[in-house]
Every structure is written in C-alpha cells, then in structure tokens.
Write a protein that binds this ligand. Sequence first.
Ligand code: SF4
Length: 452
Amino acid sequence: MSDKPENSRRLEEVESLIERFPDVPAEAVFKEDLLRLGVSFSEDALRVCSGFKPKSYFIFSFDLRPITEMDQGENLRAPEELALVGGPRDFRRTIVSVRINPASAYCVDIVDGKLLLLVGTEVICGIELQETPEYYLRNLQSGRTITEIAPTIEWGYLVYLTVYRKCQYFGFKEECQFCDINENVRQQKEAGRPYDTVKAVEEVVEALEIINDADVERRTGAYTITGGSITRHLRGQDEAAFYEAYARAINSRFPGRWISKMVVQALPVDDVRRFRDAGVQIYHPNYEVWDPRLFSIICPGKEDYVGRDEWMARIVASADVFGPSQVIPNFVAGVEMAAPHGFEKVEDALASTGEGLDYFMERGITPRFTVWCPEPLSVLGRDQGPAPLEYHVGLLRLWRETLLRHKLPAPPGYGLPGIGNAVFSVSSFMDALPGDLEVARLSCESRVGAGS
Ligand code: SF4
C-alpha cells in the first residue's frame, strides 16, 4: 500500500487536534473521525471479521455507501463494532460502531498476522472483535434470528429492539433530512436480508428469553425499544399505544432484568406516563438539532406535526414523569453544519448547540449525541461529506464542560464512563468523561406499574 497525500493530510489533521486539545483522549479523536468518515476493510480482514459478531443494521444503515456500491459484500461480512486497542499510541480499549465506507482513509487490514487499523501504511492501533455471542447462535421457533429480532450493540451491553423499521414521516417533505430509515428498509430487502417492517411482541419476548437464558454472565444490561414515528395509526394503534405494548410485555415477563429505555417522539405528558407505568425507566425524546430555524428545515415532519417549541416543552415536561436524569434526548451532532442551510463556522455551530445543552442541563436533563453519518440514501447525505473533525472534538469538550459545570452525573443506561471503560459506540461522549464520575442512579426498577 503506498501512502497517498490525502492519507498524510488525514493524519496531520487528527494529530494537530490531539496536540491542541490534550484534555480529549486521543482514542476519542480517532473514534469521532472513524464515525464521521467510515472505515474500509481489506479482503483478508473481511475473511477474519466474518467469523465474529456481524453488523446487524439495527435501525439505519449508518454506512457512507449504499449496499450496491459494496463490491466485497461488506454489508454481510463486516463486524458490528471494532475495539481499538494498543498499537504505537498504546490505546486504551475504545469501542467504535462500524460505518462502512470502501473509500475511507481508515482501513482494517491484516499485517504480520495481526488485525490492525491503518491509514495508508501507518498503523493506528490494533483491532479486537467481539465474539459472536451464544444467543446469536439460537434461532426463534419461527426460524428468525436473534440478529434480526434483538441484536445487541455497545459490545453486547444494549439489546436494540427496532420494533417498527419504517417511519410515517415519509418523503423529503416530512422525513428528517439526515435519516435513511425508509430507504434502508428498501435496500436491505433488495439485498436479501430478512428485515420485517413490524416485529411481533411475542417474538420480541421470545428473543429476550433466549438472550436471558444464554447470557449467563449478564453482559446485556439494558434494552431500547424504538422505531419510526407513527403520525397516524399502525395496526390500529397510535404511537404511544403501539410502543407501550412492547415495554409492558417485556417488563411483565422480566421485571428488573434490564434497564428499560424507549426512543420515540416527544409525546404529550399523558402518553409519557403510560410508558413509565409500563416499566420504562429512560425516555429518549430526540430533538436532533437545537437551532429553531434548522429544526424546521432538517426535521420538517416534526415541525409540522408537533412544532419545535412544543417539542422542547414536552421534553421538559417529561422530566416531571421520569425525573430529569432519566430523560436523555439525543441530537445528531454535525447536522447543524450541513449545507446548504447549516452553520458555516465551527464556533457558530458549537455556540448554538451549547445553548441547547445549557437549556436542558440547567433543568437536570442530559442530552447526548450520535455522530452524524452522511448516509447517501438520506437527503443531507446525498452529496456532501460530514462536519469537520474540529467540530466533533470541540463538541466533546463543550458537552463535558457543560455537564460538569451543572454538576450533573454521567447519564444512566450507558455503563461506566471514561476512556477504556465506555461502550457507547456511535459517539465518544462517554469516553471523554472522567472515569471516576458518578453515574446517575435510576429512581425505580423496571417493573410494570413501578412508577405509578
Ligand atoms: S422521526 Fe426522523 S429520525 Fe426518526 S425515524 Fe422518522 S425520519 Fe428518521
């Protein structure tokens, strides 16, 4: 492999940010860069990776190329996550979600029998992979796999239940502009992956029986119920009733077994109470982007059906139901810099996002973020690259500084904070926290009726 000028430039940029911001772990800087740019694999590496826990496409594609442009069949052979370890920089273990990009400067390859992460010929670190868990080897009675019904991410910590794989915000006038959920269903089905649109409640519970039975070391610590928005009805139910049924069934069958999370829209407080009474402990009413003008452009469906100010007011109101530390709205870090409407300067983007962090954190609510992946089947990802790495490093510092200034603990439901401990794989917010920071305690167990 010859070193190309773009590879040298890539490393120069990363190294200069590591030097400028020594308070951010170097591992986290590389992780953010991998998440924004994706990773490629050599054929030899794929041969090895395909024997480990596979990428499950747990909700969106989270790739920088459509499946039709993956000439090596990466969609079926790449692993769910990479652990960055050791190497010349002596990395502490850092878990990164795999976002496939055959054109990325970052490449997983085998050199001298070792699986490594490289940029050109320069070794960044070693790579470890997660063994395929025992529960992935057992199918449901219907023949469906655990990978389809109840995949795990975050190095096996989080069971991810996308129970509705589509979104009723449909088409470019309604869909969030960074999101490829509906297009991803289409491409997965075309590629032959079993990818049912709606999962049956009974099959989700059956899959969890298998996981509970096989996971004797109790590595799975939490589950998330999620899926697309339901603006009208789905199988005769509104959004709250549809998603609540899963939480109620799981928490009745497995009271207290997992931390229970729900990622759905910011709903009226009566609906939110229903989730709590069904045993949900952590509510994620994601606001995606803080700036009011950008919210209306980037989330046109949410703007039309709910409205941005009402959305934010509902987030705050839900803190009275769950307790503020158990309301954790997500935003998509970097979309506020997407052309043609986004901020052009990193400092303006951070100022806007920081305003949102202050707004919520002074109320005890801790937003968290995922790194924007410009998925080519989404509106914003069609013809542009990601936000600058400088923005992402600046955000890690800003988020941590705001959290500590408001004297808040680490958000619950993500395992331990700190580099070498964290498992959250789609941004480094947990990696960048001090390792000895207290984690917020959950106010109640995951039991049906626990909050009422
Ligand atoms: S609400 Fe927006 S982000 Fe969520 S699934 Fe629908 S389009 Fe995607």
